[in-house]
Structure formats: structure tokens, C-alpha cells
Design a protein around this ligand. Structure first.
Ligand code: GDP
Length: 295
């Protein structure tokens, strides 16, 4: 479990160990090391503070201080607290019994929505579930064609209405077509913006209230750290989210933003994106993520 701790964290813990029996003072040093590591991993400050409160309560207990290897005990406590707040796990796409299940993807422009539409379609196809994609991102000029390219690649139908500027109509018509074609899942690729604005939220709110998606997933870019957290907060206030998909975790990002995003939205992290290819989508595993954040 501790193999992937960074050299810094390893040697810091070793120096604690060198002091023989741990005192409360040493343990506080250890807790500070953990706190620094979380901040470096991009976990936002208020979340770190709350998290450290829980960890300190457990770590400063007599049982831990008197244990044979208190520093390992500390890492174990941090790991298990991370796993517990990153969970519960729910990577399943819950399907309705009758009619197609409508999944709406939302997020800022460039977060990876269109790519993730393809990734989810691929996953569904592997489970013998028939998806249809609806091109409702009418803001980014290339988004409709990008979705068609993905659809052709996967042999999945893509519904679009070139020229129609009303995303609610496009989504409604797309859902009607999907029902005709007997699709089990309809995925709506909605518009993003470079930053949160009222027009975007109003548009998504309209789709939500008129098309009634069964699941609303927020797609956030894991490379954007604190920005991911701020946008997640705004989307969560405007829409009733059912899950989060964090993309671009194939990069260097330690993924601490995930902890903050989970904290502000309170909804399950469903999947993580680990590359540009359409098979680069993994069910979210808190254990793996906790190890990565704790590097
Ligand atoms: P949208 O504007 O939200 O629809 O974003 P796109 O789906 O067009 O993605 C923006 C860019 O991010 C594209 O170049 C994608 O290939 C890339 N991308 C999406 N998901 C991932 C991922 O998990 N990892 C990496 N490395 N790139 C990704």
C-alpha cells in the first residue's frame, strides 16, 4: 500500500521513525507532512483542513501512538480516510426498465465531454447496450462533426440538426429518434463555455427541465486543479448532478482536485478518463486514487 508514497513522504516518515517511540509532538510533525502533501496534490485548503481534523483525531489517539509502527499507522489512517471520503463507488450506468435512459453530459468547453460521449458509448456497446448520441453542443463549431466522427468510429448513430440553434429541440428530437430506433441509452452532448456564465447555466437548466435526463454527469478536467473545483461547485448549484467524470488523469496531475470536487458536489465519482482514445475510461476506484493523491 505504501509503495507509491513519494520519496519526500517516505523519508519524512523515516525521520519520524528514527526518533524512536513517537510522541504527540512527532505525530503532529507527521500530520503536517501529510497536510503539505495534500496541498501539493491540489486538494483545496478548506477540504484539507476538514480532512486533517478527522485524521488528527484518529492519529493522536493513544492506541496509535503506542503502536509498534505509528508512522505506518498514520499513513494507514490517511489512506482509509481518503478512501472513505472519495467513495461510495458506483460505476454502474443505471438503466430504466422502459424506454431509453437519457444521460446528459455537461461541463466546461474542453473538459472532454464529446470524447467522453464516445467513451461511454464504447463501454455500453461492450455490454451489448445500444446507445445513440445527440449533438446538442451548438456553441463549439466543430463539436457536431467531432461527434459524427466518433459515431462512425464506433458504429453508433449520431443525431444532429445542422442549422437548428435550439438545443432543447435538438435533444427532444434526438430522443424521439432514439425511441424509434430502439436505443437503450441516449447520450446528450451539451455545450460548454470557456468559463461559467449565466447563459450556459440557463441553457443546461432548460434542457434539464424540458428533456428530463435520467442521469446528469458533470465532466471535469483533472488537469485544471482549483478551476475544476470552482466549476463543479457552480454546476452543482445549477443542476441536480448524479455523478462526476474526471478526465485527463493520464497526465501528471495527482488528482487531489477529485477530493475537492467530491466534497463540493457530494455525488459519486463514476469514471476517470485516462487518455484520448475511446477505450481510455476507467471505473473510479477510491483505493487507487487515494494512493495517487498521497504520493
Ligand atoms: P469538450 O469541449 O468538453 O467536448 O472536450 P473534447 O471532448 O473535445 O476534449 C478536449 C480535448 O481533451 C481533446 O483534445 C480530447 O482528445 C482531450 N481529452 C478528452 N479526454 C481526455 C483524457 O482523459 N485524457 C487526455 N489526455 N485527453 C483527453
Amino acid at each position: 500500500m505504501f509503495d507509491n508514497l513519494s520519496d519526500g513522504l517516505q523519508s519524512a516518515f523515516k525521520s519520524l521513525r528514527g526518533k524512536g517511540k513517537l510522541t504527540e509532538g512527532n505525530m503532529r510533525e507527521g500530520l503536517e507532512i501529510v497536510q503539505r502533501s495534500l496541498l501539493e496534490a491540489d486538494v483545496s485548503y478548506p477540504v484539507v483542513q476538514e480532512f486533517m481534523k478527522h485524521v488528527s483525531e484518529r492519529a493522536l489517539g493513544k492506541k496509535v501512538l503506542l503502536s509498534l509502527r505509528p508512522e505506518e499507522e498514520l499513513v494507514r489512517i490517511v489512506h482509509s480516510e481518503l478512501v472513505s471520503i472519495l467513495g461510495p463507488v458506483d460505476p454502474a450506468i443505471h438503466l430504466k426498465k422502459d424506454g431509453p435512459t437519457i444521460i446528459m453530459l455537461c461541463g466546461l468547453q474542453g473538459s472532454g465531454k464529446t470524447t467522453t460521449c464516445g467513451k461511454l458509448s464504447q463501454l455500453l456497446k461492450e455490454q451489448n447496450i445500444k446507445p445513440t448520441l445527440v449533438a446538442a453542443d451548438l456553441q463549439r463549431p466543430a463539436a457536431i462533426e467531432q461527434l459524427h466522427v466518433i459515431g462512425r468510429q464506433l458504429d453508433v448513430p449520431v443525431y444532429s440538426e445542422p442549422g437548428n440553434q435550439d438545443p432543447v429541440q435538438v435533444c427532444r428530437n434526438g430522443v424521439a429518434k432514439a425511441i424509434e430506433e430502439d436505443a437503450r441509452v441516449v447520450i446528450l452532448d451539451t455545450a460548454g463555455r470557456l468559463a461559467i456564465d449565466e447563459a450556459l447555466m440557463a441553457e443546461l437548466g432548460r434542457i434539464d427541465s424540458k428533456v428530463h435526463p435520467d442521469q446528469v454527469y458533470l465532466v471535469v478536467d483533472g488537469m485544471t486543479g482549483q478551476d475544476a473545483v470552482n466549476s463543479a461547485d457552480a454546476f452543482n448549484k445549477a443542476l441536480e448532478l448524479d455523478g462526476v467524470i474526471m478526465t485527463k488523469l493520464d497526465g501528471d496531475a495527482r488528482g487531489g482536485a477529485l477530493l475537492s470536487v467530491k466534497h463540493v458536489t457530494g455525488v459519486p465519482i463514476k469514471f476517470i478518463g485516462t487518455g484520448e482514445h475511446l477505450d481510455a475510461l476507467e471505473p473510479f476506484r477510491p483505493e487507487g486514487m487515494a494512493g495517487r493523491i498521497l504520493q
